[in-house]
Ligand binder design. Structure first.
Ligand SMILES: Nc1ncnc2c1ncn2[C@@H]1O[C@H](COP(=O)(O)OP(=O)(O)OP(=O)(O)O)[C@@H](O)[C@H]1O
Length: 378
């Protein structure tokens, strides 16, 4: 793991610190309007970079080249490549937060987590922050596809890295945030109003009383499991996994939703992403695939030595929290349907996730209930 070459860290340095101290974070009060036309946006980004990094402040604008990496569902991500005086080329990413993303993302929590996760070798290095975004190192790797994630070798590597990720300690409260976040989403999602009549009609078809009761029921059920609490990524989809094939190096990126939560939630949420961007839940991982993942998660050094008892316990834990993950992203989608400027069928996404929740609910709940009763009678 580890996203930036040592060399690159030193090259960039920090505007307010000595050359050798590259760990003090550079910051600027500049804000860049995400909706600007590209040429104007580029010129603002150049000014921003010059303000943030002393080394670049005297370079001609022509030394900077800007490309869009991803429109994302949430942010705008740009790659800035800088030709420095010594002829070296350095690339960084600039992330501009999408408007209204504060409704679903706690930026303070994200920044706190990035500092410690990147120190532990995860994701891109955080190089600077500014009013509506951050600058990170550029990762030379390809983004995984949902099909890649389930390849046995990669699934084992993801499991191993996830185990390490879960061992990182982030200072501050260790209270699991899942249910707080879910109830907060519920509160915001249940009082929306859409100008578009068709959207409003679809929205009104949702029974929020039912959704509320489902959250309460799953919270109570998962509460019976004594699931370990760890710092969770909470959004481990293929787009947030990058691989440098030549170096066989896997990167977890995008810690926007990271928080202390239940390990089974993080794994279950990852498994829900096997369905890919089209939410084809026929692609949910089989028990065999899940056990393969669990073995490498539980015993990265000796995966064949995991006991059946431990495998079963993690299987139950994961497949209960799988339900919570559907509820979380279903409610997230409702808030996005109202708040996000991005043209995506978020309301449709709510129904995809909520319908899958309902389809799996009975099977998952009876699985955990029979497990708990066999445990108490045994
Ligand atoms: N530091 C980086 N270096 C290189 N490429 C990156 C980096 N960070 C992100 N990417 C690329 O950009 C894509 C989107 O990144 P990311 O998921 O962080 O953005 P996002 O706006 O949060 O998107 P979404 O809302 O869709 O999750 C990633 O799938 C990856 O391909």
């Amino acid at each position: 793991m580890g996203a930036i070459e040592e060399e690159e860290q030193q090259v960039i340095g920090d505007k307010d610190s000595s050359e050798s101290d590259s760990h003090v974070l550079s910051s600027s009060s500049i804000s860049v309007d995400i909706s600007l036309p590209f040429p104007l946006l580029s010129s603002r980004l150049i000014n921003l970079c010059k303000d943030l990094f002393k080394k670049w402040s005297n370079l001609e604008d022509s030394c900077f080249s800007i490309q869009t990496v991803s429109g994302g569902i949430t942010n705008l991500l740009l790659k800035v490549t800088v030709k420095e005086e010594n002829g070296n080329e350095v690339s960084v990413t600039v992330r501009l937060y999408g408007p209204n993303t504060d409704y679903v993302i706690n930026r303070e929590r994200e920044l706190q987590a990035i500092k410690y996760l990147s120190a532990a070798g995860f994701g891109a290095k955080l190089l600077a922050v500014f009013a509506n975004g951050m600058v990170q190192s550029f990762i030379n790797a390809r983004t995984l596809t949902p099909q890649d994630m389930r390849k046995p070798k990669l699934a084992a590597e993801i499991a191993k890295q996830l185990r390490k990720f879960h061992e990182v300690e982030i200072p501050g409260s260790k209270e699991p945030q899942l249910w707080n976040d879910l109830f907060k989403f519920y509160e915001n999602a249940s009082i929306l109003q859409f100008d578009d009549a068709e959207k409003q009609g679809k929205y009104e078809a949702i029974s929020f009383k039912e959704v509320y009761n489902e959250i309460v029921e799953i919270k109570e059920l998962t509460g019976l499991l004594d699931a370990p609490v760890v710092f969770s990524h909470n959004d481990l989809l293929s787009g947030n996994l990058m691989l440098n094939d030549a170096e066989e190096k896997l990167y977890f990126i995008d810690f926007e939703y990271g928080s202390y939560s239940y390990r089974g939630y993080d794994i279950g949420n990852h498994f829900n992403e096997y369905a890919g961007y089209d939410c084809d839940y026929n692609l949910n991982p089989s028990t065999h695939e899940q056990y393969h993942f669990f073995r490498h998660y539980l015993r990265p050094d000796k995966p064949t030595e995991v006991s059946d008892k431990d495998l079963e316990a993690l299987y139950i834990e994961t497949n209960t929290f799988v339900l919570a993950s559907h509820l979380f992203w279903a409610l997230w989608a409702l808030i996005q349907a109202k708040m996000s400027p991005i043209d995506f069928d978020y309301l449709g996404y709510f129904f995809l996730r909520y319908d899958e929740y309902k389809r799996r609910k009975d099977e998952c709940c009876s699985l955990v209930r029979s497990y708990l009763s066999s445990r108490s009678s045994g």
